[in-house]
Design a protein around this ligand. Structure first.
Ligand code: ATP
Length: 265
């Protein structure tokens, strides 16, 4: 298990400022969620942590990233993976023409995957978490359903034995039941000893899963707190849980700076 410390992080894509002065913690053994609408900067945050910003022509312009209190290895993603930081990118990116087995094998190519015995153990664990992947082992990944592809993307990341798992919108485009299955699995993965940083638009699901939550708006953290407290806050209920107002049908109060200050403390 690893802990992550992000301090005063700013990221730009050329002239586009995508993150500004973001400070965030993933304590060892926790599940932390970052909520926010389209374009808020969620993927950018994960790219900074997985050291993949360069692939998107982005760069850190200020701030620091630390793993277990020491500078996060970089500049490339191979260094981050070797340190145990592994990302499951948005959009269920599997190797469509390769078999399920080969996709999982590809996840074990990094230095952290360990000996052949370690890899066999990781594979057994992935098959136990996702029995469907064991049943479809010889099938081309492109023929799996969307939910099964998400399982494969997650399974492939687990083959690298992450200490910190980065998940980019794992519930995107999945039916509610499949999204709930993925969420349960994330809880199991966390319980087995992996810290998790999750970005999600599905706030209801994510707040049940996480211990701590941050809200990003236009590149800045505007709210943060224990997930249970955020789930109960009117602000979050109204804006991220789709609940339009108090049960009595009155118009919601305007956003209060004091309430905001309490959350972003
Ligand atoms: P979504 O939920 O829609 O994926 P997001 O919260 O993940 O959104 P990001 O993808 O991190 O948001 O984008 C943050 C900002 O950076 C947006 O204004 C976006 O247009 C911009 N951006 C993202 N990637 C690039 C890029 N490769 N080049 C230029 N601008 C980019």
């Amino acid at each position: 298990m690893a802990s992550l410390q992000v301090r005063g992080l700013s990221v730009g894509y050329g002239p586009v400022r995508a993150l500004r002065d973001v400070t965030l913690d993933v304590p060892e053994g926790s599940v932390v969620v970052v909520l926010g609408g389209n374009g808020a900067g969620k993927s950018t945050l994960l790219r900074a942590v997985s050291r993949t910003l360069g692939f998107h022509r982005g760069a850190v312009t200020a701030g620091t990233l630390a793993l277990d209190g020491r500078p996060l290895p970089g500049p490339g993603p191979d260094r981050a993976v070797a340190a145990g930081v592994v990302q499951v990118p948005e959009g269920r990116q599997v190797f469509a023409r390769m078999t399920v087995a080969d996709n999982l094998r590809a996840g074990a190519l990094g230095a952290r995957a360990g000996s052949r015995a370690d890899i066999a153990r990781s594979l057994a664990r992935v098959h136990a978490l996702f029995p469907v992947l064991a049943r479809r082992t010889g099938q081309r990944a492109g023929l799996l359903s969307g939910g099964e592809q998400q399982m494969l993307a997650l399974g492939r990341a687990l083959m690298a034995r992450p200490r910190l798992l980065l998940l980019d919108e794992p519930s995107l485009g999945l039916a509610p039941k499949m999204a709930a299955t993925i969420a349960e699995t994330v809880t199991e993965i966390n319980a087995a000893g992996t810290s998790v940083l999750l970005v999600e638009q599905n706030a209801a699901l994510a707040l049940r899963l996480a211990s701590h939550a941050y809200v990003l708006e236009v590149g800045e953290v505007t709210l943060s707190g224990p997930a249970a407290e955020l789930a109960a806050s009117d602000e979050v209920r109204r804006r991220y849980l789709g609940l339009t107002g108090p049960a009595d049908g009155t118009v919601p109060a305007p956003r209060s700076p004091r309430a905001l200050a309490r959350w972003s403390g």
